[in-house]
Design a protein around this ligand. Structure first.
Ligand SMILES: Cc1nc2c(=O)[nH]c(=O)nc-2n(C[C@H](O)[C@H](O)[C@H](O)CO)c1C
Length: 153
């Protein structure tokens, strides 16, 4: 099984390296990596990882900046990633860490690592251990900051 990792030079954390480290901890899978300038370049990069490099699933890692323009572009990139999923019939796990989610650089680095690692686990589970996700259904999982947990009556 091959997992694709696509990340960007725009990001302020090496999210691709973190994803690869976590994938190696989780399972014995082949990994294909590509790095593009920014998140708008991710959809075609992910499609190529699937169609040309044989990936079963891809993790798309990006970091939207804090400006309004960045947020608009992030929405567009996200739509591109969804389209790529429908075109290829493969999951592309979008891991976006918005720069303004964190109060400072240290928290940004922590959040990017945490979210990347947790979604790398999700990607492996989706393909190799789907029953793990079924067991987590409705449990309020969050990637990065604390889990929300199940709603209580
Ligand atoms: C405005 C803008 N904001 C971001 C961003 O917040 N995060 C990011 O990864 N990339 C951004 N880019 C760059 C585009 O994604 C893309 O790399 C260029 O438009 C070249 O295709 C742009 C152009």
């Amino acid at each position: 099984m091959k997992v694709g990792v696509a990340d960007t030079t725009f990001a302020r954390v090496n999210m691709g390296a973190i994803a690869i480290d976590e994938l190696k901890r989780q399972a014995s899978v082949a990994i294909e990596r590509t790095t593009v300038p920014g998140f708008k370049d991710l959809p075609v990069a992910c499609k190529k990882l699937i169609e040309e490099r044989g990936c079963e699933i891809v993790i798309a890692l990006g970091m939207p900046g804090g400006k309004e323009k960045d947020k608009l572009c992030a929405h567009e990139a996200s739509q591109g990633l969804m389209l790529a999923q429908l075109m290829t019939n493969r999951h592309i796990i979008e891991v976006f860490v918005h720069e303004d989610e964190a109060k400072d650089d240290a928290e940004l680095a922590w959040l990017a690592e945490q979210r990347t690692r947790e979604h790398a686990v999700n990607a492996v589970n989706l393909v190799l251990r789907p029953q793990v996700l079924v067991r987590q259904a409705g449990s309020g999982q969050r990637q990065g900051f604390e889990d929300a947990g199940p709603a209580r009556q």
